[in-house]
Design a protein around this ligand. Structure first.
Ligand SMILES: [Zn+2]
Length: 249
């Protein structure tokens, strides 16, 4: 797919942000020094070969709304958080130019590529977005906008908090279980807590849209376990954000 898209999920290494967002924080909304974030973004853009001013970001409100990104939207949120696309947690586009960028510290990044219609989608799925079915919403939006056939899509679920570190209430477990439709996404941990596998929940939701199992890649990295490589909101509270990047060439 490298001829069709540029894509990556970053680690926390090799940036210039100071503790507790050390060092490769890429998000403008977590009270970091703005110049440090822009420097980090420039570094990433150089490494991947895109214009940092083409970064196109979303507000990320833990909802299920999807924005259709046009060529002229390229750069929304590249320099100022207030200029990002408001009210959404997922971005889709068939334009060459916008570099879709969402930011994470435990939530799950979901990448979609439709190689037939040359369209892409990127979602931010925490437990709320997962329970709201954002991974299905993004496929439906691509079907509507671009005529995407899920059976032809490639999907990837990136690093996020693993079931090893994610205890949730019964209510949260039930809601994600209902959305994913498979008992294997939760396990009872104690009288009052459940272990939740957010990545697996999104895997089941993607599969239910018609994407073949063999076309869905899933990371086994837990952002909470691996403090060398990843920021984790659950583990650290005040911290930085990794970026998922997806752009058409
Ligand atoms: Zn873990």
């Amino acid at each position: 797919m490298s001829s069709l898209v540029r894509h990556c999920f970053t680690t926390r290494r090799s940036g210039v942000s100071a503790p507790p967002r050390d060092t490769f924080n890429l998000a403008l909304h977590v009270d970091d020094d703005e110049q440090a974030v822009l420097e980090n973004r420039k570094h990433l853009a150089t490494a991947l070969g895109f214009d940092p001013l083409a970064i196109t970001a979303a507000e990320q409100v833990h909802g299920k709304e999807v924005a259709v990104v046009k060529a002229e939207d390229a750069g929304c949120g590249a320099v100022r958080f207030s200029e990002c696309i408001l009210g959404v947690d997922a971005l889709i586009t068939n334009a060459v130019g916008p570099v879709l960028a969402l930011f994470y510290a435990d939530c799950v990044p979901v990448f979609i590529v439709d190689p037939v219609n040359r369209a892409i989608g990127l979602a931010h799925a925490g437990w709320k977005g997962t329970a709201l079915g954002i991974s299905a919403e993004i496929i439906q939006a691509m079907q509507r906008e671009y005529g995407t056939d899920p059976s032809k899509c490639l999907a990837a679920i990136g690093p996020g908090i693993g079931r090893c570190c994610y205890d949730v209430s019964h209510d949260v477990a039930e809601r994600v279980l209902t959305a994913s439709g498979d008992q294997r996404v939760i396990a009872k941990a104690s009288q009052t807590t459940w272990r939740l596998d957010l990545k697996l929940a999104n895997w089941f939701i993607l599969r239910s849209t018609g994407i073949p199992e063999s076309s869905i890649a899933m990371s086994d990295e837990c952002t909470s376990c691996n403090s060398m490589d990843f920021f984790s909101y659950r583990r650290d509270g005040q911290t930085g954000r990794m970026a998922a990047i997806l752009a058409l060439r």
